[in-house]
Design a protein around this ligand. Structure first.
Ligand code: ADP
Length: 202
């Protein structure tokens, strides 16, 4: 029953680490960014509603995002644990998630913060833009997303630190190293991978 969040600036490697955590700890990786992108790709009503916002690197309105998370957490695979990746991102979303979990008698076990340097991040995102062609990976959009993160999302870190939930992990270095740091930091809090999960695979 491991319920966790992973937070960090755009480009800190959240997605990569989230997919490793999910297999090692046997919990689904719920990425609001991935869900929005899938909806945009499939041209669903939600996708059409949020496309311009996501492409510009702005945040989708809390009302839409909160509802999406409520629906996703109600699915069977999320009943016994989850890793939320990219949510909450605003203080209003924090409040919403608090109430949602409280209404189910659930609690968070940890909030993993990936710490990464701004220059390194911009370099990574530029590389990803070339490899994946994400519409929100233009240089302007990258810069804008960093600004939005600092303004809207970095205050959340203090909230979770005050609650004693924050697990700070250095996000620099190769993916295996970062994954190993996350495992060690979680183990210190008594959160362990599934038996036989072995080392996370790429
Ligand atoms: P990144 O890799 O830049 O951290 P994500 O894949 O997590 O980005 O999210 C991509 C985009 O999806 C965000 O820039 C934003 O437009 C939208 N989005 C994702 N999660 C949220 C959220 N919790 N609240 C508002 N908008 C969100």
């Amino acid at each position: 029953m491991t319920r966790m969040l992973i937070v960090g600036p755009p480009g800190a490697g959240k997605g990569t680490q989230a997919s490793r955590i999910t297999s090692a700890y046997g919990i689904p990786d719920i990425s609001t960014g991935d869900i929005f992108r899938a909806n945009i790709k499939n041209e669903t009503p939600l996708g059409k509603q949020v496309k311009a916002i996501v492409d510009a690197g702005d945040y989708v309105p809390d009302s839409l995002t909160n509802q999406l998370v409520t629906d996703r957490l109600a699915e069977d695979d999320a009943k016994d644990g989850f890793l939320l990746d990219g949510y909450p991102r605003t203080l209003e979303q924090v409040k919403y998630l608090d109430d949602l979990l409280a209404s189910k008698g659930q609690e968070l076990a940890a909030v993993i913060q990936l710490v990464a340097d701004q220059d390194e991040i911009v370099a990574r995102l530029t590389k990803r833009a070339q490899e994946q062609g994400r519409a929100d990976d233009s240089e302007d959009a990258i810069r804008h997303r960093q600004e939005v993160y600092v303004r809207e999302t970095s205050p959340l870190i203090d909230v979770y630190r005050d609650r004693g939930l924050l697990v700070e992990v250095d996000g620099l270095g190769d993916m295996d190293e970062v994954a190993a740091r996350i495992r060690a930091a979680l183990a210190e809090r008594g959160i362990h991978p599934l038996e036989g999960a072995g080392e996370p695979v790429a």
